[in-house]
Design a protein around this ligand. Structure first.
Ligand code: GDP
Ligand code: MG
Length: 187
């Protein structure tokens, strides 16, 4: 999910990483690209603007343009701000529910299903859990098949019901059926 964002951020910083002269203009240009990358990654436009404004402020405060390696300093400031934006410190995933339900939500094609497979595989192999992936994308044709294929690849069970088109009802069906089994539910 973050590959796209990091590629775009990489592109944004390309100018500054080179040996060309760094000016206020290409710093502004870089920050504009950073903002575009964030918007492409569905970050709220106010958050994206605030983010680049803060970087600009810090860059000015730390005299980025006159520093020994301006590109590196700007990248460091951006990195620190990005870390702060994500919450600052690492939080482990909450697995204390009975069962734990993790809902994947996002735009079509944003990587929900792929990430669900990765997460289920991680929970199974690294955390010793017994996850179950639940197909709740009732809109896209073949979305259910896609999850089943993934499930087979990683050896994780998949729950689906092709008749039920209401996600909440789908979840109720599932919970009634499986409440007694200790599983993580991903959808
Ligand atoms: N490069 C890259 N591609 C990804 C990543 N996650 C998903 N994709 C691709 O993006 C497309 C949509 O992913 P999918 O998981 O089906 O998205 P969904 O519609 O949100 O479930 C697929 O072609 C995936 O192979 C990722 O982390 N990096
Ligand atoms: Mg999907």
């Amino acid at each position: 999910m973050f590959d796209n964002l990091s590629d775009k951020l990489d592109c944004a910083f390309k100018v500054l990483k080179g040996h060309g002269k760094i000016t206020e203009i290409n710093v502004a240009e870089t920050l504009k690209e950073v903002r575009k990358a964030l918007l492409d990654a569905d970050v709220n436009f106010k958050v994206a603007k605030q983010f680049t404004d803060t970087i600009k402020e810090k860059a000015l405060g730390q005299n980025v343009l006159t520093s020994v390696s301006p590109g590196q300093l700007l990248i460091k400031i951006t990195h620190d701000e990005l870390t702060a934006l994500m919450g600052g410190q690492k939080e482990d995933i909450f697995l204390g529910g009975n069962p734990t339900i993790i809902l994947m939500s996002g735009l079509q094609g944003s990587g929900k299903t792929t990430f669900t497979g990765k997460l289920a595989n991680y929970l199974k192999t690294k955390k010793g859990k017994n996850p179950l992936m639940v197909a709740c994308d009732v809109y896209r044709p073949a979305a259910i098949d896609q999850l089943h294929v993934l499930g087979e690849q990683i050896g994780v069970d998949v729950f689906s019901n092709r008749e039920e088109k209401v996600q909440l009802k789908l979840l109720k069906l599932l919970l009634n059926r499986q409440r007694k089994r200790k599983q993580c539910y991903l959808n």
